[in-house]
Design a protein. Structure first.
Length: 75
């Protein structure tokens, strides 16, 4: 079983490698991300209404001060 503490920053959803250099958003981008999370709807998604999961998405972004999520192959 992998040692996840080496992969993820403690108390965060961010991988440890990104903890020191997180991606940032402009003020407008941050407002737009918060609006998307609050609405729990994003028309570009296959299932655009994800209101059943809004609480979880909000918790995810709250834990990182709304730093954009990134997906990387192999992590």
């Amino acid at each position: 079983m992998p040692d996840w503490t080496a992969v993820f920053h403690p108390n965060s959803y961010l991988p440890a490698a990104w903890a020191n250099a997180p991606q940032t958003l402009s003020a407008q981008g941050g407002s737009e991300l918060r609006a998307i999370v609050e609405s729990a709807n994003l028309p570009d998604l296959r299932w655009p209404n994800w209101s059943d999961y809004r609480m979880h998405v909000e918790k995810f972004y709250d834990s990182s001060s709304y730093i954009p999520a990134r997906i990387a192959k192999g992590i």
